[in-house]
Design a protein around this ligand. Structure first.
Ligand SMILES: [Fe+2]
Ligand SMILES: [Fe+2]
Length: 202
């Protein structure tokens, strides 16, 4: 499947990540469910911080609904497989990305929009790998089905950045944050998580 949208990612996850993560599918699904829940919570937090931007609120509300719907779908699959949603993991990916990206100052709207766009872009990349390489009909269908929605979220956060900030600022900050994202994801250890580090070699 080809990606017709331009990805801002500066490091490509190897396909071997799928084989490694597929060894504990309930753990992967559980982390995935928490990612959806956190995406809904982040959209709501952005609404609360931007009460004077009605257009942004409308779109964020739509995203929050979609992420909660994804959460419900993933939890249903976990339960149908005899598992249950694990407690939230301490994955450092999103927190590290924002912390290193802003390096000491308070995050502002552009930081949050670009971080959200990069998280969506990385999720989308991993969902596409899972859709294409996972030998599990139900899960590869789930990931294939989520691609359109997550691609539209990535596009929304990038467009929102462009609508609210100058083109020069968005492109230089996006490049800077994308470099931080590539550094963070490559440094993380491998685990059965959507945003884990590179697969073990060999
Ligand atoms: Fe989602
Ligand atoms: Fe999303």
């Amino acid at each position: 499947m080809s990606d017709t949208l331009v990805t801002p990612l500066q490091w490509a996850t190897p396909a071997a990540w799928v084989d490694a993560v597929a060894t504990d599918r309930i753990a992967l699904l559980s982390d995935h469910a928490h990612c959806e829940l956190k995406a809904a919570a982040s959209a709501q937090a952005l609404i609360a911080k931007n009460t004077k931007r009605p257009e942004l609120i409308k779109e964020l509300l739509k995203i929050a609904h979609e992420e909660l719907e994804h959460f419900g779908r993933v939890v249903s699959i976990i339960e149908a497989r005899g598992g249950c949603l694990a407690p939230v993991s301490g994955n450092r990916y999103a927190g590290e990305l924002l912390r290193r990206g802003v390096s000491g100052r308070s995050p502002h709207l552009l930081d949050r929009l670009l971080v959200a766009a990069l998280i969506e872009a990385r999720s989308l990349e991993r969902f596409r790998l899972l859709a294409d390489h996972l030998e599990d009909e139900e899960l590869s269908a789930l990931y294939a089905d989520l691609l359109t929605s997550e691609a539209s979220h990535r596009a929304f956060f990038l467009d929102a950045a462009k609508k609210n900030f100058s083109e020069e600022e968005v492109s230089s900050e996006l490049e800077r944050f994308a470099a931080v994202e590539a550094e963070v994801i490559r440094e993380l250890p491998f685990d059965h998580l959507v945003h884990s580090g590179p697969p073990p070699e060999g």
